[in-house]
Write a protein that binds this ligand. Structure first.
Ligand code: ADP
Ligand code: MG
Length: 721
């Protein structure tokens, strides 16, 4: 790929940098080359193709001259006339005021900053073209800091441009005229081979990329400016499709590369799986059966499974994972099960022990013990175990697996993509085959987002809840009613029910959050002297957390004060009440997760959301959504509307580069189309597909060329990493 020549070329001598924007340009001529390169790098422009794909933010119409008398207010326009006078005025601040006259009238030109040498341009008698937005001033119509161009006296004025003038995103010290010139030159000289197959362009009535960029860099004066501004124009559609397609291709190629590596074939005898099912007090839901079957087939294949099991809070993902674990163990492999929090890891350990220990499965729990001797004992037990459960950190540093065949990652949305990849690489060091991976997530992602963020995975969806769940009744209450709520709660507890009291989230301050939990615990303990009130937070020692959670799960504690450590995964079906303080501080996904801790048993559950006025409009909108919706997908969809996709998945976390032009939220049709085209594109025109992705993603794109040895087993994944 040719690199850019970073010589800007001379600015037209006639173009006079009097207005602020252009001022700096003339000064740094000497070292401009090097400077320019770093400025362009800041805009991520390093190849001619990057310049070509650097598209205008908006346009200015310099294709016709408007008579001064017909300038309308605030509409940018080009005027032409002769300087009548120019004065340096000493008002509140020093300023240059000139008068420009044409056949129809006069226009004031006002400059609040300028160099003495630039005054020269405003010499009476000079003929100028000026561009700017006129407004009505004390002396009549005026333009402040218009762009100026001096017209020579002896030759006819240069022709007006035939197309709209593009205005590009620039960076500190990079003049608009300089980037215009660079882009113009790139367009003239750099080839722009078409990558989209002709049959698809015809089918979707898409212009060629060359047509699209030419048009967008220099549209005709009669172009539909609104469609351009809103990027609805057909040429914009082509650009956005290309961008989305590049993202899809990159993800799918990474997926394919991983599929090429080997994995242990875990066919399983079905023995353990059947024994587990027979021991369950309930049948699988149809959705659980379907997802379990998809996973069963993946495990039996000689390539690593990369599957995301998505299901709303409470849909029964753990059991589906347990079936996969059984199949791995039946096949002589080890399984690792990772959770994002200790509380959750411990709970999974108890649940799996309950389910699988009676069937002879050896389960090890990495508790994170600090004692060296205990640590060593845990690790050696883990090496021998069929199933190791722990937090990701522990498993990552702690164990050298000998026969790791399956990794299950619970609540994977809590892990970033990088961690996900580190986890994947974990099983690889010991052997050249990669373990199968099952990721589970309760963050329901709207369809088009899922298409982008999960395009490098296979996805199974648990779209059905186990039967017999009564919906959680949600109430919104002002925090002033705390006392009233307390007496209601006391009555409920007296009736034998169990409740969580969730303390407010305090941004950036774990200490304050802890203090709030401690205070709330003191307050509730004093208010309910006849009961023991439990307390759980992140600073407790593992054993303490464990015993509190166990007591709560066993029904020995009627009330548990908790920080957000219980946000994900905790499953105590008999707890049916929840109070969340300062609910306005939580995000929607968090509220949905928290509320998902109740409504797991047969009792009708209640969730009280306490809020403090004044509410910001967004907080109000969030509370309304959580009040109205119980369905995680619907909540996610409305959350997306509220926030936009960047924040939604957390672009830092997602590892995906931000889209420059397309929007996952607004361009849903294009996302769908790109998603549909990516795989056939790679299969039928692999070289074009790779070129297409590289054009958009540059070095953020990893191609799927086969590598050797261990690297082949763990190809570096995807984008932006
Ligand atoms: P999540 O998908 O949020 O991880 P869990 O796996 O914790 O959900 O399951 C929620 C609860 O539903 C657990 O108590 C679990 O034992 C129970 N459960 C799972 N599958 C079924 C089923 N098919 N029928 C009835 N209850 C089920
Ligand atoms: Mg779970």
């Amino acid at each position: 790929m040719p690199r850019l020549k970073t010589q800007a070329g001379n600015t037209s001598e006639r173009e006079t940098p009097l207005s602020g924007e252009n001022r700096r340009e003339g000064k740094s001529k000497g070292k401009r080359g090097g400077d320019l390169e770093s400025k362009l790098a800041r805009l991520r422009l390093s190849r001619p193709e990057d310049l070509i794909l650097h598209l205008p933010l908006r346009y200015e119409d310099e294709t016709r001259v408007t008579p001064i008398a017909r300038l309308s207010e605030n509409a940018p326009a080009l005027a032409e006339g002769v300087i009548l006078s120019a004065d340096l005025q000493q008002r509140a601040r020093r300023q240059m005021v000139a008068r420009l006259m044409d056949a129809s009238g006069t226009l004031i030109l006002r400059f609040l900053h300028f160099y003495p040498s630039q005054r020269e341009v405003l010499t009476p008698g000079r003929r100028l073209r000026v561009f700017g937005a006129a407004r009505r001033g004390f002396l009549g119509m005026e333009m402040v800091h218009p762009r100026l161009r001096v017209l020579a006296e002896d030759i006819p004025p240069p022709p007006l441009p035939e197309t709209l003038t593009p205005v590009y995103p620039v960076t500190e010290g990079l003049a608009q005229t300089a980037i215009q010139k660079l882009i113009r030159r790139a367009l003239e000289s750099a080839p722009l081979p078409e990558t989209l197959p002709e049959e698809w362009r015809e089918k979707e009535s898409l212009p060629t990329l060359a047509q699209a960029v030419r048009y967008l860099h220099s549209p005709p004066p009669d172009a539909d400016q609104i469609a351009l501004a809103e990027r609805r124009h057909p040429y914009w559609q082509r650009i956005k499709l290309d961008e989305l397609l590049a993202q899809q291709i990159s993800l799918r190629m990474a997926y394919r590369a991983r599929r090429q590596s080997g994995a242990p074939v875990l066919r399983g005898s079905g023995e353990l799986t059947r024994a587990l099912m027979d021991a369950l007090p309930f049948p699988l839901t149809a959705a659980q059966k379907r997802c379990a079957e998809e996973i069963r087939q993946d495990l039996a294949s000689p390539h690593p499974m990369q599957r995301l099991l998505q299901g709303d809070v409470g849909s029964g993902k753990t059991l589906v994972a347990a079936l996969a674990v059984c199949q791995a163990i039946e096949s002589g492999a080890q399984a690792a099960f990772m959770a994002p929090t200790e509380i959750l890891a411990e709970q999974h350990f108890l649940k799996f022990s309950d389910w699988l220990a009676p069937l002879g499965v050896r389960i090890a729990w990495l508790s994170g013990s600090l004692k060296a001797s205990a640590k060593e004992a845990e690790r050696s037990a883990a090496r021998e175990a069929h199933l190791v459960i722990g937090t990701h950190a522990l498993i990552q540093e702690g164990v050298d697996f000998t026969r790791l065949g399956l990794i299950v990652i619970d609540e994977q949305h809590r892990f970033g993509v990088r961690q996900r990849i580190a986890l994947r690489d974990k099983g690889v060091s010991a052997s050249v085959v990669a373990p199968h991976q099952l990721m589970m997530s309760a963050t329901p992602i709207p369809r088009t987002l899922a298409m982008s963020y999960c395009a490098d995975l296979d996805v199974s969806v648990l779209d059905e809840m186990p039967p017999g769940r009564a919906p959680v009744r949600t109430r919104l209450l002002r925090v002033e009613r705390r006392e009233e709520i307390l007496s209601w709660l006391a009555a409920q507890i007296a009736g034998g029910r169990q409740a969580y009291w969730v303390c407010p989230l305090i941004e950036e301050s774990e200490t304050l959050e802890l203090q709030t939990a401690l205070d709330t615990h003191v307050w509730l303990s004093a208010a309910l002297p006849e009961y023991t009130v439990g307390l759980v937070h992140g600073r407790l020692k593992t054993a303490e957390k464990q015993s509190v959670m166990a007591a709560f799960a066993a029904g020995e504690l009627p009330l548990l004060v908790a920080t957000t450590v219980i946000e994900v995964g905790v499953d105590v079906p008999r707890a049916s009440l929840m109070v969340i303080e300062h609910a306005e501080r939580f995000g929607l996904a968090q509220l949905h997760q928290l509320r998902g801790r109740v409504g797991r048993g047969k009792d009708e559950s209640v969730c009280l959301l306490l809020y403090a006025e004044p509410l910001s409009p967004t907080a109000r909108a969030r509370l309304k959504i959580i009040y109205e919706c119980a369905d995680g997908f619907e909540i996610a969809r409305r959350d997306l509307e509220l926030r936009g996709p960047g924040e939604f998945v957390g672009s830092r976390q997602s590892g995906l580069p931000l889209l420059r032009y397309a929007s996952l939220e607004k361009d849903t049709d294009l996302v769908e189309l790109a998603h549909r085209l990516a795989d056939p594109f790679i299969t039928r025109w692999p070289e074009d597909a790779a070129r297409h992705a590289a054009r958009w993603l540059g070095d953020r794109f990893f191609s799927a060329e086969p590598r050797s040895g261990a690297e082949a087993a763990a190809p570096r994944l995807t984008l932006g990493l």
